[in-house]
Design a protein around this ligand. Sequence first.
Ligand SMILES: [Zn+2]
Length: 291
Amino acid sequence: MAEGDGVNRATSALRTALVGHRLRRFEAPRLMGPPPDLGRVVESVTHHGRHLRIRWDDDLVLDTHLKMSGIWDLYRPGQQWRKSHRNMCVLIETDDWTAVCYNAPVVETYRAPDRTRHPAMGRLGPNLRDPAAKLGIAVERLMGYPDPEAYLAEVLLDQRVFYGVGNVYRSEVLWALQVSPWAHVGELDEYGAETLIETAATMLRSGGECVSALAARDGLAVYGRNGQGCLRCRDTIRAHRIGHLARSVYWCDGCQTYLDSRPIVTVDEMDPHPAVAQYLAELPWRDQDAG
Ligand SMILES: [Zn+2]
């Protein structure tokens, strides 16, 4: 059997189990680099050769270089492990699954380069996760955004305004405020901008749990829930890519109507769940890697 097949299978299985789910526990005894934050949501699982990479929505990437000895396994809570705990080099736990990597020679984390940031366009905005962050700077940058026609869904990922929000929480913040992802940033007044920043900061600092009274599993109200009923109004959650970014935003058409500036051309296609979207996007690569 081709060497890549095992990694392909592990990648697909981990993707199905982890993408869209919140990190509850993390262990990696010989990790090089910072550990992922608990509460963060897995956004993708990919592999390149025998590097299996798990990326959280704040762009932290865990890279396990499996070489010849490393394998990944998945367990339900309480299920017996296939190998000894001594061989464990990574443990990732969500509400439903425990993913365990055994015997990978290299386990490291790093920040993926931010796709939205243009080096010529200025410095990073404040980190909204940091309790000492100056939120006023983020409000100013939002109010003075260079392109007033830009959609809020895009602006929320622009790290010149602020960073730390990521792809999962941009959908959650907009849902919490009932603001349309197609709101033009230029139409926010100062109160709207302040509310947006404060909501995002509160959500990030609490690990996103502030919607938990309403939210279903993982404390997420809209992210990855396309096709399901909205927890607030029962309308259908939808997903779509906005602007030049390849990442989908999730929203409810029924109750996120504030400042909706959608183009006349209606959006009728629906993106698949993030795990499925990623699988489909990578199909051409799978054969190469397996070969
Ligand atoms: Zn709704």
